[in-house]
Every structure is written in structure tokens, then in C-alpha cells.
Design a protein. Structure first.
Length: 189
């Protein structure tokens, strides 16, 4: 496996991500099998752009009826920390009234964006809104939000890869890694 020069440590390999995502998808299917879903279908909403690799892996292992939609919500503006002011850049087209929604997220950091989105979906008359995330950074939480399912928990480090970016780059790394932020000061793309 080729390691990018901005990687400090690989936290989770592609194989570890695949195995944990499969387990979580099975757990979620088991949970929803016992629910009374409208049309026996759940609405999966990916928060772009970081969710793409995780959502693709999740969908490959999610063995029940679902619809998918995507939103672009921005709160980082290319930096290392959230601005704390989420903005919907691209909204969904799916009607959510009386529907069960599962938000697919790459990482929960401060939780501000996710709390905003959960409230936004609830205001559309959903039956339920649940959250699954690839990475949970519990220690960075600024609001009281807890994902319903989590693949991995980590500390406060800045991470890249498998959808996670630095200034829109490095999303395509096939693993999740800590970023050597000391190198960013002088980094030349």
C-alpha cells in the first residue's frame, strides 16, 4: 500500500473499513427489520462530499429496500476546523414526510452540522432520523448529538482519506490516516 507523504499514521486500512462497514450495515438491517417502515423502504441520505466512499461501501452491504439521496452541507471552508455555521449548498429532492431517514456521514467532529441536519430532516415530517458514521470524534463534540451507529471512534486528530479531505484533496486515499499537519505549512501540491 502506497502511503501519501502527508500521512502521519494509517489508522484504518481499507480491509478494516470494509469489515466494520459490513458489520454495521448488518446491524442496521436487523434494527430496521423490526420497524414499521413506509413501503418497507428506508431513505439513506449521504452528506457530501466525504460520505461517498463510505456510502458506496455501506450500500454494497445494506440488504434491504432503500432510496438514496444526497445533500451538500458546508461548514469547513477548506480549513482544519468547522466554522460552526452550516450552510445547505445542495438540498435533497426526496419527500421525507412519514419516512424513516438514515443519515450517512463520514465523520462527526463538533456535531454542529449533524445536529442542524437532524433537526432539518425532522422538520420535514419524518417518522424517524437515525445517524450512521464512519468516524466519531467524541472528544470534539460541541453539541449533544450521538450517532446511532459508529464504525470507529478516534481522538481529536485531523484525519484524511476514504472521503475525508484537506482542501478538497486526499479523499481518494484508500485508508483513513492522521494528517501530518506540520507539513501543511510548506506543502506544495
Amino acid at each position: 500500500m502506497k502511503i501519501h507523504p502527508l500521512v502521519k499514521d494509517v489508522l484504518f486500512t481499507r480491509e478494516q473499513i470494509q469489515a466494520q462497514t459490513k458489520k454495521i450495515a448488518q446491524d442496521i438491517v436487523a434494527y430496521y427489520k423490526g420497524q414499521n417502515l413506509k413501503n418497507n423502504t428506508i431513505v439513506l441520505i449521504g452528506l457530501m462530499k466525504g460520505c461517498i466512499p463510505f456510502m458506496a461501501e455501506f450500500l454494497a452491504n445494506f440488504e434491504m429496500e432503500c432510496e438514496t439521496d444526497f445533500m451538500v452541507v458546508s461548514s469547513y471552508k477548506g480549513g482544519l476546523k468547522t466554522s460552526g455555521d452550516p450552510k445547505i449548498v445542495l438540498d435533497i429532492n426526496t419527500s421525507l414526510r412519514d419516512r424513516d431517514v438514515l443519515i450517512i456521514e463520514d465523520v462527526i467532529d463538533s456535531g454542529i452540522t449533524l445536529e442542524y441536519m437532524k433537526n432539518y430532516f425532522s422538520s420535514k415530517g419524518t417518522n424517524s432520523v437515525k445517524i450512521v458514521t464512519l468516524i466519531d470524534k467524541k472528544g470534539n463534540r460541541e453539541v449533544d448529538i450521538v450517532p446511532d451507529w459508529t464504525c470507529f471512534e478516534i481522538g481529536p486528530e485531523f484525519i484524511i482519506g476514504f472521503g475525508l479531505d484537506y482542501q478538497e484533496r486526499l479523499r481518494n486515499l484508500p485508508y483513513v490516516a492522521t494528517c501530518d499537519t506540520n507539513k501543511l505549512k510548506d506543502w506544495k501540491w
